[in-house]
Design a protein around this ligand. Structure first.
Ligand code: SF4
Ligand code: SF4
Length: 356
């Protein structure tokens, strides 16, 4: 029998081997870049070398046949080098302007889209809990696919005031949520505890420690060690579910989606900004999630019509103010926008959006 291959536990592979030779040669020595058309970037090095990057949208979860198809296009029409961006776009790199148009044609003939650069709506970034994680409350990839199907024209054109980053997450507490617009899971009921399983499955002290609002206590139930939740304190975050699956919080009816707006990392011009909740209790409605998509489209339409050139979503909202934002996107300002968590004296019964 053939020897089993030893797993390689050394982190990311060496990126140099996958880099286009022109990029390797000019590493750190780029003079400028320009944007000749949507989906294409031209980088010029001090040495005079040039590379063109063609950005292609994917559905993120790729089967091996689709991957091979994309790589075959890369071998035939590009120079045999591809890489993926953080937002699951695939980028081909070529060193000759004459290769760009045939490459784009081959990609589009195979059913993919070219775009996502500069002031377009680029691919929605997300994690995919269904495949690798133990706590998802929805299928984030499905939300991405159905939303991007409707936003495809915004991916192919660059007509937004500035770039738009959208994110989704499949639970309420971990990945996702760093975008101009974020679609996140929102649990609305405390976890239901299966007391028969807690003692066998859960390490109770770590579950108690996990709760951000100290709502979980050890308890004896039917003579067995278990846990109990003070439901008046619980903020339905779901943080107790990963270390203790018998504290089931995912629910077909009560796990909803929420939309948050205005997150941005810091940059040379400004500090980071935090997102604010704008729509809550949206049905988690597979396979096309029409309610969430309709709200995202309204936000994008209002941003496109109302923002000044190069204003990001957070800058636009800051300039016009949250009350006007809610009017523009036709979303109600509800009691869910008021902080009702009694543990926070400073923000209890206050609004994040409006100062009186
Ligand atoms: S968003 Fe949550 S459920 Fe999805 S992969 Fe990340 S931790 Fe897992
Ligand atoms: S859902 Fe969150 S707040 Fe509620 S008990 Fe679990 S960890 Fe605590």
């Amino acid at each position: 029998m053939a020897d089993m291959r030893e797993p390689i536990e050394s982190g990311c592979p060496d990126p140099w081997q996958y880099m286009h030779p022109v990029m390797r040669k000019n590493f750190g020595m780029w003079k400028y870049h320009e944007h000749p058309r949507v989906g294409v970037l031209r980088h010029v090095a001090y040495s005079g070398d040039e590379v063109w990057t063609v950005k292609v949208g994917t559905q993120r979860i790729l089967d091996v046949f689709t991957m091979r198809k994309l790589c075959d296009i890369g071998d035939r029409y590009a120079d045999g080098f591809v890489h993926f961006t953080l937002r699951s776009n695939l980028e081909y790199v070529v060193d000759d302007a004459a290769k760009v148009e045939p490459l784009i044609k081959a990609v589009e003939d195979a059913g993919f889209v070219v775009g996502g650069t500069q002031n377009s709506v680029t691919m929605i970034s997300h994690t995919q809990g269904w495949l690798h994680c133990d706590i998802p409350g929805t299928d984030a990839s499905g939300v991405v696919k159905s939303m991007m199907d409707e936003l495809i024209d915004e991916f192919k054109t660059a007509t937004m005031p500035n770039r738009v980053h959208i994110t989704t997450s499949c639970c309420q507490i971990n990945c996702g949520g760093q975008g101009d617009i974020a679609i996140n899971v929102q649990h609305t009921k405390p976890p239901k505890i299966n007391h028969d399983l807690v003692a066998n499955v859960c390490e109770r002290p770590s579950v108690v420690a996990r709760c951000p609002v100290a709502a979980i206590r050890p308890a004896m139930v039917n003579g067995k060690p278990s846990l109990e939740v003070d439901e008046r304190k619980c903020i339905c975050c779901g943080a107790c579910f990963p270390p203790c699956p018998p504290m089931q919080i995912n629910d077909a009816e009560h796990s909803k989606l929420a939309i948050w707006v205005g997150g941005n990392h810091s940059n040379a011009r400004g500090k980071p900004t935090f997102q604010k909740l704008v729509a809550a209790g949206i049905p988690n409605n597979p396979p096309r999630w029409p309610e969430a998509t309709a709200i995202v489209k309204r936000i994008l339409k209002a941003y496109k019509e109302g923002a000044r050139d190069w204003e990001r979503v957070n800058e636009w909202v800051e300039r016009i103010g949250w009350p006007r934002f809610f009017e523009e996107v036709e979303l109600p300002f509800t009691k869910y926008h008021i902080d009702t968590w009694r543990g926070s004296r400073a923000s209890f019964n206050a609004s994040n959006y409006i100062r009186f």
